[in-house]
Design a binder for this molecule. Structure first.
Ligand code: TXA
Ligand code: MG
Length: 353
């Protein structure tokens, strides 16, 4: 299959036409990758079981890992779910359109192929104008996981999507680099107290401020317990993983930098190709040829924005061993550390003072 890459600049006639053609592909059961404010999504008709099967095949993703349905207006939610809890109404009011996915009990309209057989369905209303136009034009909820091959970091540019999915999907809509760079916050609102299943740009504290209470799924930051089934099935897979062996080194700035430098030099002496992931503030403490800076700790958004791109760059450069500083002091901290910890396969060291 040929994969067409189209610029989706909505201020130009050609860009709008490309989105309309993409919508047509979705309606006919085909697959299209598109930008959202979080990461690029791999879209198919969310109510068509054959489209869902194609998505799993294109990603190489296990079919028990459910998809998120993307909608463009509040009224599109009603046919997909059995009830809308009061807490969900308030969350949608406050955070939609935006980087928040809500879990509802599903209606019969949603095929089990889209939900990995679960009785619940994940729904999100993205804010990206291209995503919104695509969903509107398609006239169906758009099922979209992140547009990466399973196990690779999520794509934050159209070029990342092309690397992973060329030949597997009909079209890629190129809307430039995404804004946030980490996937949406997932909140389960089917129980008494809202539960964060995946941290994202909307923090637990923001939800708590709105609703009074909000908990974190204990499976989020710790190493997965093989006896505990995470509530979001996708969280059990080794996601977001670079090909290199990544280790996080915690500790004070100076202690961590010393330990990372020592470990990196040791690996290089063993003949390994080495990389270091750090904040701008400490980039000068390491040998320049190994370093990728994620940006300043003063602006966590930048670190979130650059994380997946840097992990992909290490892959392209065939880096074998990466040492990373720890991040995540502010409101985006849980989301950043959740992705980094998974990318590291839970390898975390503590640098002694
Ligand atoms: O920001 C995002 O959410 C992006 C963009 C494209 O919208 N999408 C995304 O999709 O990250 P994906 O498929 O890569 O991740 C979806 C996550 C998985 O961990 C999955 O297990 C969880 O959502 N999920 C989906 N349906 C669920 C359900 N019914 N109950 C619990 N977790 C669910
Ligand atoms: Mg994903």
């Amino acid at each position: 299959m040929d994969t067409e890459i189209c610029r989706a600049d909505l201020s130009e006639e050609a860009g709008r036409a490309a989105v309309c053609r993409a919508a047509e592909i979705l309606r006919k059961g085909g697959l299209v990758a598109f930008p959202t404010e979080t990461v690029y999504g791999l879209g198919g008709d969310g109510l068509n079981p054959a489209s869902a099967r194609k998505i799993y095949a294109a990603k190489g993703r296990p079919s028990d890992n459910p998809l998120i349905l993307h909608i463009a207006s509040r009224r599109e939610l009603t046919p997909l779910v059995q009830t809308v809890p009061e807490a969900a109404e308030r969350l949608m009011e406050a955070f939609w359109p935006g980087p928040m996915t809500l879990i509802f009990t599903k209606s019969d309209a949603v095929p089990p192929e889209a939900t990995g057989g679960l009785p619940t369905v994940a729904v999100r209303m993205p804010s990206h104008p291209v995503a919104r136009m695509l969903i509107q034009e398609a006239g169906v909820p758009v099922a979209a996981p992140s547009a990466n091959r399973s196990g690779r970091p999520s794509p934050t540019t159209a070029a990342h999507v092309a690397e992973d999915l060329t030949g597997q999907i009909e079209m890629i809509l190129d809307g430039g680099p995404v804004e946030i760079g980490l996937e949406s916050t997932i909140l389960d609102v089917t129980g008494e107290i809202p539960l964060v299943l995946r941290p994202g740009a909307i923090s637990r504290e923001q939800v708590e401020a709105l609703l009074g209470d909000c908990r974190m799924d204990p499976a989020i930051l710790g190493k997965p317990d093989p006896n505990l089934r995470p509530r979001a099935p996708g969280m059990k897979y080794r996601h977001y993983a670079p090909k290199a062996e990544l280790t996080i080194v915690e500790g004070s700035r100076d202690a961590a930098a010393r330990e990372i430098s020592r470990l990196a030099a040791e690996a290089a002496a063993r003949g390994k190709k080495v990389g270091i992931l750090c904040a701008e503030e400490s980039a000068g403490l390491y040998p320049a040829q190994w370093v990728k800076s994620l940006g300043t700790r003063q602006q966590e958004e930048t670190i979130a924005h650059n994380l997946y791109r840097c992990l992909r760059e290490f892959d392209e450069e065939s880096v074998e061993i990466v040492y990373s500083e720890a991040f995540g002091e502010g409101p985006l901290g849980d989301a950043i550390m959740n992705r980094l910890t998974k990318a590291a396969g839970y390898r975390i060291l503590r640098a002694e003072e």
